[in-house]
Design a protein around this ligand. Sequence first.
Ligand SMILES: Cc1cc2nc3c(=O)[nH]c(=O)nc-3n(C[C@H](O)[C@H](O)[C@H](O)COP(=O)(O)O)c2cc1C
Length: 188
Amino acid sequence: MDAIEAITQRVSVAQLTGPDITEVQKTTLFQAALRAPDHGWIRPSRYLTIEGEARAKLGEIFLQQQEAKQVLSDEKREKTKRMLLRAPLVIVAVTRLVDHPKVPREEQLLSTGSGVQNMLTAAYAMGLGSIWRTGDMAECEGVKTALGLMNNEVITGFLYVGHANTSLKSVPEMNINEFVAPWTGETI
Ligand SMILES: Cc1cc2nc3c(=O)[nH]c(=O)nc-3n(C[C@H](O)[C@H](O)[C@H](O)COP(=O)(O)O)c2cc1C
């Protein structure tokens, strides 16, 4: 697929299914992620893959963490436990935040965000579906500990990757002029 087509036509896909993502496809996804811009080449991003049984194990951890905070209905318990089973591959995008004289923390997060975006686009170009999710579990200290994150690391996203289980939604029509304007040099 043409690169411009992939960038302009990509849509997120929430309903995903198997088969599993192949090693070749995963390698392409991570090569794409590692081409994210990175101010100072400080390499703020790393990625964890959650597949197969590991998805259910992490789902149990999600459930424990939610239950420690509140009483859950049976429906919510099941939903929480099964959250990661919504795709054959879930990639946890992690940002290591450091104090740097030239690279503020926002830029470190943006670099990981660019890596995630690259993976979304690469997935689409390979005919896969994907969606970037966050939610409570991305902020949860117990989840971060279970995943082996250091104190200065944050979860920037859970990228769900699989095969679209539905037809793809259309790209919304957007008027470029509502978002773009020339600045002509005049100051107020
Ligand atoms: C940082 C970030 C976090 C997001 N978290 C969620 C989420 O938890 N759940 C969700 O349904 N969509 C989430 N989204 C939005 C979807 O990834 C997606 O962008 C949205 O459904 C619009 O679809 P589109 O990418 O096809 O335009 C998030 C997006 C970003 C950038």
